[in-house]
Design a protein around this ligand. Structure first.
Ligand SMILES: [Zn+2]
Length: 340
């Protein structure tokens, strides 16, 4: 696995461990906060080898031997929390809503089964191996939050002030963003994605827009998305436009009585933002939006939603599909040819 061996300086006291792999799942940004001997980390990687790579990169980049005693989890998806166990005794801060909805998250054991125990020639098994098979779930020791809050929480790391602001439910039930007023940086977690289509499990899309508006209202110079390269406020505004565009398309299909899976396939067949990776996530976004439009208040099933996305991806990229053939067959002449 090609992982960064250094850190990207973001602002005074803020360094990013930025895997920046687009077109696949699980490589989340982790922001290290350091001031004197104090250190904290916003989000931890998906498994132990990745977290050890982060710790080694931090050791090389920072002259002092700094150990993070405080971990902030922007939300509780495994790709932001499964490394928590590599920081024994650390305080782990998340929102109360995140802690209360931990039970929804696929466990490391379930992820191991998905990537090893499912039939590899069926859509979910194929997709899980392709996008999650690289991670070592068998070594993961999950550690839940030790400190929870609702609304706002002030965090001090040496001389650095950070405000944790709850913006969920949006991407997940309990999202928070981290604002560094003096540095004019906001670390947004998975409210924001760069480079790929986003995935949002809770929604509705208007809630993600509201969370992004909260980010912009803080007047940052730099925004750290949950995945992908650093963003500017202009990038965030473009992302909001994407969400609004998708929302209008999904609502129109819903109003016309089109089923969710069909609506997503139709939206993708028009080449909707086909410069972004992981188009199958539109299947999840559409299904989640439909749940809200249908006033379905049951707990979202993350694995079931992923299986729907896997089915779309399997049809278009699965073994034997041939991308060009699949595109031609499913999209007709409306779709531009794939750009590679
Ligand atoms: Zn993530």
């Amino acid at each position: 696995m090609n992982l960064p061996d250094g850190l990207v300086p973001v602002a005074e006291g803020l360094h990013l461990w930025a895997p920046q792999h687009v077109g696949t799942w699980g490589f989340a940004n982790c922001l290290l906060i350091t001031s004197g001997e104090q250190a904290a980390l916003v989000d931890t990687p998906y498994d132990r080898p990745m977290t050890e790579a982060l710790i080694a990169a931090a050791g090389r980049a920072l002259s002092a031997d700094v150990t993070a005693r405080t971990i902030v989890n922007t939300h509780v998806n495994g790709d932001h929390t499964f490394g928590n166990g590599c920081f024994p005794g650390a305080e782990i801060i998340a929102t109360r809503a995140s802690a209360e909805h931990l039970c929804r998250e696929p466990s490391p054991q379930q992820m191991h089964f998905l990537t090893h125990g499912t039939p590899p020639d069926e859509p979910l098994g194929w997709y899980a191996r392709e996008h999650f098979g690289r991670y070592r779930y068998e070594d993961v020791e999950t550690v839940p939050p030790t400190t929870t809050f609702s609304g706002r929480y002030d965090l001090q790391v040496g001389d650095i002030e950070a405000e944790l602001i709850e913006v969920g439910p949006a991407h997940s039930a309990g999202d928070l963003i981290v604002h560094f007023p003096a540095q004019r940086v906001v670390c947004a977690g998975d409210v924001l994605f760069a480079g790929d289509h986003p995935v949002h499990w809770d929604g509705p899309l208007s809630a993600i827009v509201a969370a992004c508006e909260t980010v912009l209202a803080l007047d940052p110079e730099v925004v750290v998305p949950g995945h992908g390269p650093l963003m500017t406020p202009r990038d965030v505004r473009a992302y909001i436009a994407y969400l609004r565009e998708l929302e209008a398309l999904v609502h129109a299909h819903h109003a016309a009585g089109v089923a969710a899976a069909e609506a997503a396939a139709d939206i993708l067949a028009t080449g909707f933002h086909d410069d972004l990776g992981l188009p199958e996530r539109v299947v999840i976004l559409t299904a989640v939006e439909y749940r809200h439009l249908d006033a379905d208040t049951s707990e979202p099933n993350l694995v079931q939603l992923s299986a729907q996305a896997a089915a779309w991806a399997y049809r278009h990229r699965g073994p034997g599909s041939g991308l060009a053939d699949a595109v031609t067959a499913s999209a007709g002449e409306r779709l531009r040819p794939p750009s590679g």
